[in-house]
Design a protein around this ligand. Sequence first.
Ligand SMILES: Cc1cc2nc3c(=O)[nH]c(=O)nc-3n(C[C@H](O)[C@H](O)[C@H](O)COP(=O)(O)OP(=O)(O)OC[C@H]3O[C@@H](n4cnc5c(N)ncnc54)[C@H](O)[C@@H]3O)c2cc1C
Length: 283
Amino acid sequence: MKLPFFLAKRFVAGESFTESIPKAKQLNNKDLKLTLDLLGENVKDRQMATDTVDSYIRLLEGIKEHGLISSISIKLTMMGLDIDHDFCRKKLFRLLDVAKEQDQFVRIDMEGSENTQITIDIFKEAFDKYGKHVGTVIQSMLLRSKDDINELAEMGADIRLVKGAYKEPAKIALQDMPAIREAFKEQAKVLLEKTSFPRFGTHDDELIDWLKSYTAEKGISKDRFEFQMLYGLREETMVQLTDESHRTRVYVPFGTDWFPYFTRRLMERKENIWFIFSTMFKK
Ligand SMILES: Cc1cc2nc3c(=O)[nH]c(=O)nc-3n(C[C@H](O)[C@H](O)[C@H](O)COP(=O)(O)OP(=O)(O)OC[C@H]3O[C@@H](n4cnc5c(N)ncnc54)[C@H](O)[C@@H]3O)c2cc1C
């Protein structure tokens, strides 16, 4: 059974790119940069993966055509990672050829831990070939991230640091919030020291305040890093950060395949569940 889209409207800009354009423009008009994300994951069929890459390419073209200030985020499992790694790599490189040609940027989102190593491997190859046109994500909750961040920072990679949205077992991931926050801070320090423009994806005031005071204390200027948040969450905080001359970017998901993304947002924060219930009763 497919749930009606109005439930997801708080977190998803539209069911198509066209439907999302007005929301994207509104955010750009508030001086917020964007990352557009066509929702979906775990494609099991080669034709579907090929169609997805075509949709990503059309998205890059649409961004140009509509004058949006936006990069894109993609998931390797939408490009056939579960089918065949080499097939997926070729699809990604096809997309990156277009991104390079059009001087655009593609970020490879990080998915569940079963895909961490292969995502990093494919990212490293892509970074060798496409440099500044590609970036990826590190999840601070994973125990391995301490090493991954050092290796990727040494390479000068463009990294978005997040806590991690997937439920992972205790043998490979930190489970409690204070420890995850500490790991995030330690990894943020490495990125700020070794990379030219790290991105921090969080809505957490403790981390936002820490990033502001740590960078001020170290004399790191506000145009050397970026705050990123998800569409539908804390927009007023993003506007305030922008007014304070911080670099900001909103991650804007769209598409018909919104259910897994929507579920992760609900599981993350009980207030989000209440919000959805209140939307249902208002309808
Ligand atoms: C731009 C972006 C991209 C992401 N990409 C990925 C990815 O590729 N892979 C991945 O695994 N995960 C990704 N994530 C999700 C991320 O891993 C976390 O699951 C998610 O951001 C929740 O963690 P948090 O630090 O934002 O705050 P939480 O841990 O959810 O909350 C911590 C505290 O922050 C405050 N807070 C949180 N939300 C709000 C709110 N709406 N209003 C007021 N206060 C609030 C509260 O005080 C709360 O107790 C991404 C997140 C962002 C922002």
